[in-house]
Design a protein around this ligand. Structure first.
Ligand code: NIG
Ligand code: FE
Length: 413
């Protein structure tokens, strides 16, 4: 099956040469080709160009893209979409004046999700999470990461990770999993934090590794959750089982999370509401992708991460949804793009690079996704007719997506 997208008003993120990620000022240079075409075959990109060099030859389907944007599909590199129930009562409590941390200290928050998950039937968890994946795909997401961390016990963490394993099998798109046993200290270990860290390291991690249930190691390294020394121990143990860190850092405080993440060569450090010069200097020149989750800052009313300072200092950033029932009950990447502009002061083109190629880098999928390049997956989003690409970020409730293609993996020989 060969498809030719013709007369594309703006073809975004098309490259012939491989791209790893964009940093600093490069993010504004994410390519925009006007009046272009792009051909795909069996879910892979074949070629592209401008309409002056229109390809001859047979095609099975022609898509007229007059007035439309065609761009790479989104890679959502940070979600928690396996959960047993929503938490809108905490939302109402926050409207009434409680903070996210106060709710957590009262046994709400993550512990509330863990209570519900302990009783949940895995097949229902799977169906509910799959419905979320389908809704995300319809909004242009062509790969995602999912974390455990609503288990907080041996049985429940393994149950969650097996649900994620089953989702990987069911979904037509790449899914990566992260072990986030260190998401909160469960009530049973309230007075024995070290005991909980031991349980994660000595009992749960080896089983996860033996079953191949996780791709990455995560820790919520922040005030009121896990300390730097605890994070150090956990990340070292993860590496022993081949799990590279992708961690929650600096959401609630200058927690040292960025530094401990970089010290362990984290693939990404995520959240980053609290960032100063020391954190920026720590990240420059490393392989770690700073990942910003503006949906969380928006929903919890946090001070937004200083995206402009990070980018102007030469760092690349990825944008992700953080989809979860407590701090970000939305998996809409189009909304994340809008928040990237409105809250983080990113330019629309920078948000496109952050939600595609840089997100793909944060899941080690940049050779398959993130740009529209010959040989890569034809995972793409086509807009309705719009006045300019900026419109996609500006009209933030407009359903501007006309068509989503998820692309295909290369056939295994
Ligand atoms: O990324 N910050 C830590 N964890 C999640 C929230 C989890 C929850 O509240 O359920 C987050 O925001
Ligand atoms: Fe998160």
């Amino acid at each position: 099956m060969r498809t030719r997208y013709e007369r594309i008003a703006w073809l975004i993120g098309a490259y012939r040469e491989p791209k790893e990620r964009f940093k600093g000022a490069e993010m504004q240079e994410f390519s925009v080709l006007k009046n272009a075409w792009l051909e795909t075959e069996n879910g892979r990109v074949l070629d592209f160009g401008t309409m002056e060099s229109f390809p001859a030859g047979h095609t099975d389907e022609v898509v007229d893209c007059t007035g439309r944007v065609l761009m790479p599909a989104f890679v959502d590199s940070h979600t928690h979409i396996v959960f047993a129930r929503w938490r809108e009562s905490e939302f109402v409590d926050r409207i009434g004046g409680l903070s996210y941390e106060e709710i957590a200290q009262k046994g709400g928050g993550i512990l509330n999700s863990a209570l519900a998950l302990a009783d949940a039937d895995p097949s229902r968890l799977l169906d509910d999470a799959y419905a979320r994946v389908e809704a995300m795909m319809a909004q242009g997401t062509a790969a995602l990461e999912i974390k455990s961390g609503y288990g907080l016990s041996e049985a429940s963490e393994l149950k969650m990770l097996r649900v994620i394993r089953d989702l990987k099998e069911r979904a037509p798109i790449p899914i990566k999993s992260s072990f986030l046993g260190a998401h909160a200290v469960p009530l049973a270990y309230k007075n024995d934090r070290a005991g909980y860290v031991d349980l994660l390291i000595d009992r749960i991690l080896p089983q996860i590794a033996a079953e191949g249930l996780a791709d990455y190691m995560d820790v919520f390294c922040d005030r009121g959750f896990f300390t730097v020394p605890e994070t150090d121990r956990l990340l070292e143990a993860g590496w022993k089982h081949g799990l590279r860190p992708k961690i929650h850092a600096n959401e609630l405080d200058f927690s040292g999370g960025v530094q401990v993440g970089v010290r362990h060569n984290a693939l990404s450090v995520d959240h980053l509401e609290c960032m100063g010069e020391a954190e920026i200097q720590t990240l420059l020149g490393t392989e770690t992708m700073p990942t910003l989750l503006p949906g969380t800052a928006f929903f919890l009313g946090l001070h937004p991460p200083p995206a402009r300072t990070l980018i102007d200092s030469g760092l690349g950033v990825a944008l992700a949804s953080d989809y979860n029932p407590g701090s970000s009950p939305s998996g809409s990447m189009p909304f994340v793009l809008a928040l990237g502009c409105v809250l983080l002061k990113m330019k629309p083109i920078e948000t496109f690079a952050a939600a595609t190629l840089n997100g793909a880098y944060a899941l080690e999928l940049q050779s398959e996704l993130g740009t529209l390049s010959p040989g890569k997956r034809a995972a793409l989003v086509l807009s309705k007719p719009v006045s300019s690409p900026d419109f996609l970020c500006y009209a933030y409730t407009e359903p501007w997506i006309e068509r989503v293609e998820l692309g295909r993996a290369l056939p295994t020989k």
